[in-house]
Design a protein around this ligand. Sequence first.
Ligand SMILES: Nc1ncnc2c1ncn2[C@@H]1O[C@H](COP(=O)(O)OP(=O)(O)OP(=O)(O)O)[C@@H](O)[C@H]1O
Length: 301
Amino acid sequence: MIIETQNLTKQFDGKGGFKDVNISIDSGTVFGFLGPNGAGKSTFVKTMVGLLYPTSGFAWINGFPIGTIESKRKIGFLPENFKYYDWMTGKELMKFHAELYKMKSPDKKIEELLELVKLKGHENKKVKNYSKGMQQRIGLAIALLNDPEVIFLDEPTSALDPVGRIDVREIIKRLKDSGKTVFLNSHLLSEIEMICDEVAIINHGHVIAEGKLKDLLSKSTYVEMVVSDYDSELIKKISNLAYDVVFKDGKLTFKVKDRNGIPQIAKTVVDSGAKLYQLDSKTGSLEDLFINIVGKDEDVC
Ligand SMILES: Nc1ncnc2c1ncn2[C@@H]1O[C@H](COP(=O)(O)OP(=O)(O)OP(=O)(O)O)[C@@H](O)[C@H]1O
């Protein structure tokens, strides 16, 4: 595991932040940390990179406890709403950060990163004249200067237009292809759906769902059947096997938490003597899942 936490908690006078987070992330994963504004995402990342001390619990990066020099050596961090010295050119800014890292001959690395973030040809312009997308990309290049194993990105695309988002997505994909682990904070569902292998959903500081994206999505499958000659007994039986069951105009629609439940329901329909004409199933989107579980969480709070 390249990232592991055990009951990690950071609160401010017993409030806010996040509580009892347990996650394990394999090397080479693009991990999405998804949650509404104020859910605790930024506090979590700042705690992982050692900018905040945890209130309780444990966490390791690459086997080293968070906050230690060893754990920080191989991480990169792009904060949300960062502000660099914008009177410097892109290249000066990168050189300045390379000096902070005490890199001996950073020129080759700087060239390589300028290429990666598509700022070649713009490196001698002042950062204050960069577009938002270019500023975000120079931030990414700086976060990658020390050749980190794990890169924490806090809402890297929320201020960008669609083209800027595609650029950042491509960079994340290339990082993954080169074996890096990317921890991505986002409240943008489509973003997470497009690039992440695994996700955790956080709300009010608590992780309320976690797992491989495809496993989480398969838990929310919508089924539509066209059935005739059904009776109330069948409706009762199906209601025990599925949820949100609706019979309307000869159509039966419902949701199942697991696709594997579909054959059993089809058998129940046929065994009851009802006629089954058609069956369609559709895996829910991340948005369906998010609304479903975050919405339910709100009901409880
Ligand atoms: N320094 C602080 N002092 C007190 N409360 C804080 C502090 N930092 C964060 N919080 C609170 O902790 C909670 C989580 O905030 P955090 O910024 O981590 O959320 P987030 O999910 O990153 O939201 P956003 O997407 O809006 O940045 C919020 O209720 C916030 O007000």
